[in-house]
Design a protein around this ligand. Structure first.
Ligand code: MN
Length: 388
């Protein structure tokens, strides 16, 4: 028998799974217990025959997962948006899809993500983060969008600006990808320095107009015209296939943005590509990076519920890793766009969309980016984006 090198056995105590279990022991339970007590008070104690003292008569909290009014993870619905400054994080829906150039339906994306988010607890095992214990989250509801692209963009920028200027972290649920532009426009005037953009997509989305309007093929042309959002800090990851229009490619070339194709991802792997993306996005006078996640960057076998499905994209596990690596360095906001539930199967597309957002949130908390130690509030008004 030939000599075989001794295999190093894996140490069960050093496995990430075990270490994550250890971390759970260090988490507080205070906010969770307070919430349960409040839910019992508001929902009345359960029937005498029920022995679990935490079960109320009316469902008011996380359980059962099939019950309840669906805000994101059943967090507080912030009806009075003037109170936004009291929260660390706000989920906001942007039910808007008239920028689509093929199948419409992403206006129902926010509702689909909210509904399926009820599957989740606030605790994320791998990172050992319990959101309820660490950050004050609200669901601020939806922007009042209308059947006009430019007027809706104004509404969106105003809403995003309001959240960001009050020191609250925006988690933006689209809606089609034309929203990338008004979303960044709402934040940029409140950033003291430049803003970089990391855009994860199969599509390049950099042409000036499509069919005479600023459609979902156009957001980054306009976003990188914003004075403090230079094109050199735009990084696009996952681009490729048969829907990368030549006018957009020409713009990307002329403006010198960074394009990392799916072939590049194949060649170099997620870690290397993330490192490269972060370097380009943060280079120069950049003070904040905006994260744009298009669900169609994932192979269409996993995300049927989208307006422009693309074969050959990321695997879910790959993209979740990429998002976490980007979030580790800190971001100023995130958008998840192009979830169109009418074409979805068993909610899997909406589920991946909200999962991506929550993984990013947990990473930001784990890395100490949230809650912000010092609240960044801006004196520039809600309409500071006008004219940019
Ligand atoms: Mn796309």
């Amino acid at each position: 028998m030939p000599d075989e090198p001794l295999k190093e056995p894996l140490d069960p105590k050093q496995m990430k799974g075990y270490l994550a279990a250890l971390k759970e022991e260090t988490l507080t339970e205070t906010a969770t217990m307070d919430k349960i007590a409040q839910d019992l008070e508001m929902g009345l104690p359960g029937a005498d025959s029920i022995s679990d003292p935490n079960i109320s008569t009316f469902s008011r909290g996380e359980l059962p997962h099939y019950a309840g009014i669906n805000t994101v993870m059943k967090t507080k619905y912030l009806e009075d948006v003037r109170q936004i400054g009291n929260y660390d994080v706000a989920f906001m829906g942007i039910p808007f899809d008239i920028g689509t150039t093929y199948r419409s339906g992403t206006r129902f994306g926010p509702q689909a993500m909210r509904r399926i988010s009820a599957l989740y607890t606030s605790y994320f095992y791998e990172l050992g983060v319990d959101l309820v214990e660490k950050v004050k989250i609200c669901d601020v509801g939806d922007v009042f969008t209308i059947g006009n692209i430019e007027k809706s963009f104004d509404q969106v920028s105003r809403a995003v600006s309001h959240i960001y200027a009050n020191g609250c972290f925006p988690m933006l649920m689209g809606g089609d990808h034309s929203l990338g532009y008004p979303n960044v426009r709402g934040i940029a005037p409140h950033v003291d320095g430049d803003i970089g953009i990391i855009h994860i997509d199969r599509h390049i989305d950099t042409q000036e107009k499509d069919m005479d309007e600023r459609m979902h093929t156009c957001p980054w042309f306009h976003a990188t015209n914003i004075p403090n959002a230079p094109a050199k800090n735009l990084v696009q990851v996952g681009i490729g296939g048969w829907q990368v229009p030549r006018p957009g490619v020409k713009v990307a070339r002329e403006r010198g943005s960074t394009i990392i194709s799916m072939d590049d991802v194949d060649d170099h792997g997620i870690d290397k590509v993330a490192e490269m993306a972060l370097e380009a996005a943060w280079k120069g006078n950049v003070k904040q990076v905006y994260l744009s996640f298009d669900i169609d960057s994932v192979d269409c076998g996993f995300v049927p519920g989208t307006g422009w499905p693309e074969p050959g994209g990321f695997l879910p596990r790959e993209v979740l890793k990429l998002l976490k690596l980007v979030a580790k360095e800190g971001i100023c906001a995130m958008e998840c766009v192009e979830v169109a539930p009418a074409y979805d199967t068993s909610d899997i597309t909406a589920l991946l969309g909200i999962r991506a957002m929550l993984d990013v949130l947990a990473t930001l908390v784990d890395e100490g980016h949230l809650p912000r130690q010092k609240k960044h509030t801006s004196d520039a008004g809600i309409d500071a984006w006008k004219g940019t």
